[in-house]
Design a protein around this ligand. Structure first.
Ligand code: ZN
Length: 336
């Protein structure tokens, strides 16, 4: 065991005591795209005792350019990202606990997912869920590390509940100001998520080991311009989350059909929690479509749209950003 981690135990910031703390720690990664795969592989290799990876999506060819944990076989085997990540990482380090969960993180389930974690890492693609993590973090007193990357630009910020400014002090609303660019419209090159994900991992390691200086500012990096800046965040006196008003956690913004970042696709959530038998659904769809399925997801094409259905009742409709069309097709083929 010592041999596996010898090079980071020699590092003074960790040492034997730090390594013990890492092995007794529990990190949760929400979102397993480019940032998530970098953070997951680093934390698993570092020997964090328990790593939970939650992601709602499956793998496509355009992910392979930057999402380091996945390969072509995962696509052929129709694996969701969380399952593929778990399978690959278990081969990297069998001495720790690794758990992949296929789910959409929202206000109905986030507290259950994170409640006993020591740190939460953000691998998401949207501000709404980040504000939800922020609420859960402050309410449950769990540090979290924000990270975002798009085009050649990225940023990260560490939130220590009730000590540093929170994420909502920085981004008061999920829509923000003006147009929010996505990986769909602006693209992304792999060096930027690799750097941001690595900075996030270092922050998580410092939090778990309890040594080193936590980053208390926003760090922004542009790998194409070769620039790096630090911005100080001023705590907002009118920040609802800092005042203990957890609006996102209380579901005030509801559960919505959402367009997915980086894809021409829409996610439809089941109106209520349910378990769908993919085998039964395939049989039910037989007159209209040829469905393929495994234990993790079912895929079929109808009216020029590909729909992927998960056992928790969620579906992702591809080749559209039309949310009402997605809800309509969901009602028609999967039922409500
Ligand atoms: Zn705040």
């Amino acid at each position: 065991m010592i041999d596996r981690y010898s090079r980071q135990i020699i590092f003074p910031g960790i040492g034997e005591e730090g390594q013990r703390k890492l092995s007794n720690s529990y990190a949760i990664i929400i979102g397993c795209g480019a940032l998530g795969t970098i953070m997951a592989t680093s934390l698993v290799r570092a020997g964090v005792g328990k790593v939970r990876i939650i992601d709602r999506d499956f793998i496509e060819y355009h992910n392979l350019q930057r999402q380091v944990l996945f390969d072509e076989d995962d696509i052929k085997n129709q694996l969701p990202k969380a399952i593929a990540a778990e399978q690959h990482l278990k081969k990297v380090n069998s001495s720790i606990e690794i758990e992949g969960i296929v789910a959409d993180v929202n206000y109905t389930n986030i507290e259950r997912f994170v409640h006993d974690a020591d740190v939460i890492l953000d691998g998401l693609d949207n501000f709404e869920t980040r504000l939800l993590i922020n609420d859960a973090s402050l309410k449950q007193d769990i540090p979290w590390v924000y990270g975002g990357a798009i085009s050649s630009f990225g940023m990260t910020m560490t939130i220590i509940p009730h000590e540093t400014p929170c994420f909502r002090c920085f981004a008061p609303s999920p829509t923000g100001r003006g147009i929010i660019q996505t990986c769909d419209t602006a693209g992304v090159i792999s060096p930027i998520p690799f750097i941001i994900g690595s900075l996030q991992t270092a922050e998580a390691m410092k939090i778990l080991v309890g040594s080193g200086d936590i980053n208390r500012e926003i760090i922004t990096i542009d790998v194409w311009k070769g620039t790096c800046h630090r911005l100080k965040i001023i705590p907002r006196r009118d920040c609802p989350t800092c005042q203990g008003k957890y609006e996102f956690l209380e579901g005030e913004f509801g559960l919505r059909t959402t367009s997915l970042c980086g894809q021409n696709a829409v996610q439809v959530l089941s109106p209520e929690a349910k378990h769908i038998s993919l085998e039964e659904l395939a049989a039910h769809l037989k007159p209209v479509a040829q469905a393929t399925y495994n234990e993790f997801m079912l895929r079929f094409t109808v009216d020029d749209h590909e729909m992927v259905v998960f056992p928790d009742g969620r579906a992702i409709l591809r080749n559209t950003t039309d949310e009402s069309l997605a809800r309509g097709l969901y009602a028609k083929y999967i039922g409500t």
